[in-house]
Design a protein. Structure first.
Lengths: 342, 383
């Protein structure tokens, strides 16, 4: 058998980076307001070089569109990476933040923070974010420990069942909190719809740091995730520190999902569909799949956001609507065509 | 099983505990379910009678109030329940009883076009929409209210009235238990099935549908007829019309000097949750026109989510936010003033950002005049 490099080749890196950058340029150039290319370019360059920015069209690009596109790309990358890692770790093609109920858990944390006004002075966003991360992790622990007690092999059916039930549980508590929240009900209702429209550079920076730290942690485990894909016992037999890897991946995933949910609300389908689509190109090896998922996730979410911004302008379509619509159709198509080919 | 060999008495006692844990004995489970059922019936009965008792108290206190009014001691005691503009109505007439029109059949057509006949002015009313409650108090008929929708929160006295669930979760049982003669509901948030259910219980339903200021007047007129206070209703309508015309004339005169029509942008939901604005067919749009201005998002129908880009491009002269402030962090105005990329907007440069009470500006009730004068004062008088 011919020896093949299992890593991600530089060529692929270049290709994926190029695609992502192309989508990013498109997203920055197009939007609900048409802006001449020259102004766009000047604004982007000035924003990067920290030069003063003209009012009007240029400030739209520099302060509204650019940070938003960056946030969307980073959220897409993070969610997609989380989905890919969870699918590998749990040997479960349907594992994802939203199907496992982790996103709802994070939402619950954020809703509690909003409803009871938990915040740290001068860092208003941190209260919501901290609670979202904490609750994402707690829900992951609860879901997995219940599943373990029922079914040691963490089979697809059990875990999805528990996830769906936890999802409903978290949502019912959200409704309960909303019922007690009184006047704040409006804020919460708008929050649960999810929106990245108010993204700022500081949000983008938070996402970037989270992705660098926790994303790197997940990527470092990709070799071990390959072993997990065959079976947990198998992984243990070939010398993988199963407990440690699991903890690293689970903590990283819940932290990333927590940050994403607290900034952009619940955005479904990205973590579920994108790793599958990527897997068709790269194959199941996590060393290739995970880095590629980062790029495809970013590109997918930027496109979805672009459609949401442009389709009904001046109105905006919630990003979750677009991702679910495109994602579910794409998923069925992939599923159908791959089954047919077999 | 082991304990089947024991005496019957013992066995049944022990197996009862077992049967809770294991589904081996269907009869025992059946018994348990029956017990639970009985328990709920008993508990339910208790609360039911509790409700009745409370109702009795309400009825008695109402009778008492009526008695006081009849005894001529009305003045402040009974009038305290009516608020705001009702005081004016009370000033015009010595006794609220005298205002009541003679008890003949009242015929009215509600805002769904349904014909309704009342034998006499209604004395026990349940109102589900907050705006209609405000109207009722404003025409001095607050004491006819025996139940209010859960979101009715103005004026303050309304909290003494028992609340019922409204909207899609409207609790028909709760409403029937209050024994109203008339239920006033807004067809925006209620369903036809709910209307039918109430009518089959013998309760008259008056449907409201106020989508613009003109139909707010219709609503006031209707409610005036329902409680037999048409005179107060027309006073209220005239007061509102006068207030609107006064402000509007002043505003149009003041804005006439401007070279072009100034624009106003209404923010319904703050940036943190995705910004929503009010377009055409909203009260805010009408108020903008009264102020001699143009709504910056006239091209949107109703309420809609928009992007920041649009706001910056349209460069509004004034910004009105209806965000609520909970007393922590930045105020809504501070938050808008500090938004990145918004610094070039005329409204931000000239500090023309105002926070208006969302209930005043979005409810089809008498307080719309307050919202208008708040915006007018901010734009034309403070600067």
């Amino acid at each position: 058998m011919k020896e093949k490099s299992e890593g991600f080749k530089p060529f692929y890196y270049l290709l994926f980076t190029a695609i992502t950058l192309a989508v990013m340029v498109l997203s920055i150039c197009a939007g609900s307001v048409n802006i001449p290319l020259k102004d766009t370019l000047t604004a982007v360059v000035n924003a990067i070089l920290n030069l003063p920015i003209e009012e009007g069209a240029q400030s739209i690009i520099a302060f509204v569109r650019l940070p938003r596109v960056l946030c969307v790309a980073l959220v897409g990358a993070a969610l997609s990476l989380c989905g890919g890692a969870m699918q590998g770790l749990l040997r479960n093609p349907l594992a994802d933040g939203s199907t496992l109920g982790v996103s709802s858990g994070a939402s619950l944390g954020a809703v509690i923070a909003i409803a009871f006004g938990l915040y740290i002075p001068r860092l208003e966003a941190l209260g919501t974010m901290g609670m979202a991360m904490l609750f994402a992790f707690l829900s992951l622990v609860i879901i997995l420990s219940i599943t373990y007690r029922l079914d040691y092999s963490l089979s697809t059916n059990t875990i999805i069942l528990i996830g769906v039930i936890f999802n409903m549980f978290a949502n019912s508590i959200i409704s309960l909190v909303v019922a007690f929240a009184g006047e704040r009900i409006k804020s919460i209702m708008f929050w649960t719809m999810g929106s990245l429209s108010g993204s700022s550079y500081s949000n983008a920076l938070t996402l970037l740091i989270a992705l660098l730290v926790f994303g790197a942690a997940i990527l470092c485990c990709s070799r071990e995730l390959n072993a997990f894909a065959i079976g947990e016992d198998n992984a243990r037999h070939i010398g993988v520190n199963v407990k440690r890897i699991k903890m690293i991946v689970l903590i990283s995933v819940s932290a990333l999902i927590g940050v994403c949910v607290s900034i952009g609300g619940t955005i479904g389908f990205v973590g579920l569909v994108i790793p599958h689509m990527t897997r068709m190109v790269t194959g199941p090896n996590h060393k290739r799949l995970l880095p590629a998922s980062i790029f495809t996730g970013a590109a997918f979410l930027m496109l979805a956001d672009l459609i949401g911004r442009v389709l009904l302008k001046p109105l905006e379509l919630p990003i979750g609507v677009v991702t679910s619509f495109i994602g579910s159709i794409a998923f069925i198509y992939i599923f159908y065509s791959s089954r047919k080919a077999r | 099983m082991n304990h089947l060999k024991k005496t019957n008495h013992q066995a049944s006692r022990e197996s009862f505990r077992d049967s809770i844990l294991s589904p081996k004995r269907p009869s025992a489970i059946l018994a348990l379910v029956l017990m639970l059922f009985m328990l709920t019936v008993i508990v339910g009965g208790c609360t039911q009678s509790g409700d009745e008792a409370r109702q009795q108290i309400i009825v008695e206190s109402l009778d008492e109030a009526a008695g006081q009014a009849e005894a001529g001691t009305q003045g402040q005691a009974g009038g305290g329940k009516a608020a705001g503009m009702a005081d004016r109505a009370a000033d015009n007439n010595d006794s609220s009883e005298a205002v009541r029109e003679p008890a003949t059949t009242i015929e009215l057509t509600d805002m769904m076009g349904r014909e309704i006949k009342l034998d006499a002015p209604a004395e026990r009313i349940v109102v589900l929409a907050a705006s209609d409650c405000e109207i009722l108090y404003a025409i001095g008929a607050g004491e006819t209210l025996v139940g209010r929708g859960e979101y009715c929160d103005y004026p303050e006295e309304i909290f003494n009235v028992p609340s019922v669930q409204s909207g899609s979760e409207t609790n028909i049982e709760q409403i029937i238990a209050l024994q109203p003669q008339v239920v006033v509901m807004s067809i925006m948030s209620q369903t036809k099935e709910q209307v039918a259910a109430l009518e089959s219980a013998g309760i008259k339903v008056v449907a409201m549908n106020a989508q613009d200021i003109e139909s707010v007047y219709t609503a006031i007129e209707l409610l005036g007829k329902v409680v037999g206070r048409s005179a107060e209703a027309s006073i209220l309508i005239n007061d509102m019309k006068t207030a609107f015309t006064d402000i509007s004339t002043k505003a149009v005169n003041a804005s006439a000097s401007a070279s072009e029509t100034e624009t106003i942008y209404f923010e319904v939901s703050p940036l943190e949750y995705g910004i929503w604005t009010a377009g055409s067919d909203t009260f805010m749009n009408e108020l903008a026109a009264m102020l001699g201005m143009k709504n910056a998002f006239e091209d949107i129908q109703g309420w809609g989510e928009i992007s920041q880009e649009q706001v910056i491009e349209r460069d509004p002269d004034h910004i009105v936010t209806i965000a609520m402030y909970f007393g922590e962090g930045k105020t809504p105005v501070e938050e808008i003033m500090g938004r990145e990329g918004w610094q070039g907007i005329k409204a931000i440069k000239n500090k023309m950002v105002l926070n208006v009470d969302s209930n005043e500006i979005s409810r089809p009730g008498p307080r719309l005049t307050k919202a208008l004068s708040a915006i007018y004062e901010f734009i034309y008088e403070e600067n």
